[in-house]
Design a protein around this ligand. Structure first.
Ligand code: 8YV
Length: 333
């Protein structure tokens, strides 16, 4: 490297639109190919885009698998702007010698807040009531002819998936004097259980006894349709079901059928099978609150997620260990 001939900046890809300030920060150190038009690339387009870069910032919409990596000879890191990484085929990424990172911690409280918001909106029929009002149905106040909800306080909350976000929801539930039960692949330590005053139960007991069930588990092939017709049949007809985890964890068709037949009181859904498509039967129902995958969506948190993804990418391309490296075995320090 000489003053006249500095070493070229590494080429990186930003697969979706990000905040302009974040893009400007990246441009100081990298030659950036960005997609500020926010077009969702086809697998073929993504493969071509990855072919010439050393690092890539991606989101849950980009599937990174052997096909996507097949021409990516220079790629060192794929940095997900997301804590969930079911869009990553970790085995294929590791086999290609590429580091994979995600964005844990920075979105925990924001996502737990939203889980609780969705639970409250669902139990108390907030969106349905607003639609009812906007449709001109509110002609007089009355005891029971307006939408009646179910209580959240002093009820039993069942949390399936007790990672950081699940524990955050459990802690919020304490303020509502809820009895918190949970089911997780592995039981929490005594200290963690005490901190959120949560009792470990089997999945079946949770489904049978909870008044509100919140799903916060990662999507894996084993977790596909964790909640299907059989599981819904175990739940109380007065219960609510909240999914802030991933589409595919719930069988949306079975859920729509149960909601239609009032075998469940209501559901709150932030994620869907095949999103952004939503099962047409769900769209017809009033006892479901629908949100467009916004659990982490506050300005502060989305910026923090992008910043952490940039820190991960920058560390990897500087030969350092990224702060949230998933496949440690690829790092050669
Ligand atoms: C992301 C999420 O916004 O972090 C996650 O796992 O579900 C959201 O916070 C979404 O995945 C986009 O990448």
């Amino acid at each position: 490297m000489t003053k006249d001939n500095p070493s070229p900046k590494p080429k990186i890809l930003v697969a979706r639109a990000i905040f302009p300030e974040a893009l400007a920060k990246l441009e100081e150190s990298f030659e950036v190919r960005s997609n500020q038009a926010d077009h969702v690339w086809t697998p073929e387009e993504l493969k071509k885009e990855l072919a010439s870069v050393a690092g890539a910032l991606v989101t849950g919409s980009e599937r990174i698998d052997a096909g996507a990596l097949s021409q990516a000879a220079k790629l060192k890191i794929v940095a997900n702007i997301s804590v969930g990484y079911n869009n990553f085929d970790i085995q294929a990424i590791t086999a290609a010698g590429v580091m994979a990172t995600n964005t844990p911690e920075v979105l925990t409280d924001t996502t737990a807040d939203f889980g609780f918001a969705l639970l409250m909106a669902t139990a108390r029929r907030v969106t349905e009531s607003e639609h009812w009002l906007r449709a001109g149905n509110w002609l007089k106040w009355s005891i029971a002819s307006n939408p009646l909800g179910v209580d959240v306080h002093h009820t039993t909350l069942g949390i399936i998936g007790m990672g950081r976000i699940g524990q955050g929801i459990a802690k919020r539930a304490l303020g509502f004097d809820m009895n918190v039960i949970y089911y997780n692949r592995s039981r929490l330590s005594e200290t963690h259980e005490k901190a959120c005053q949560a009792t470990y139960v089997s999945k079946e007991e949770l489904l049978r006894t909870a008044d509100h069930v919140v799903l916060v588990l990662p999507y894996t092939a084993q977790n596909h349709h964790t909640i299907g017709a059989k599981e819904i049949a175990l739940m109380k007809p007065t219960a609510t079901l909240i999914n802030i985890a991933r589409g595919g964890i719930v069988d949306d068709a079975a859920l729509a059928q149960a909601l239609k037949e009032k075998r469940l009181f209501a559901a709150g859904l932030d994620v869907f099978e095949g999103e952004p498509q939503v099962h047409p039967e769900l769209l017809k129902l009033s006892n479901v609150v629908l949100a467009p995958h916004i659990a982490s969506s506050t300005e502060k948190t989305r910026r923090a997620m992008v910043d952490l993804a940039i820190d991960n990418l920058s560390a990897a391309l500087a030969g350092k260990k990224p702060p949230s490296l998933i496949n440690e075995e690829v790092f050669k320090g």
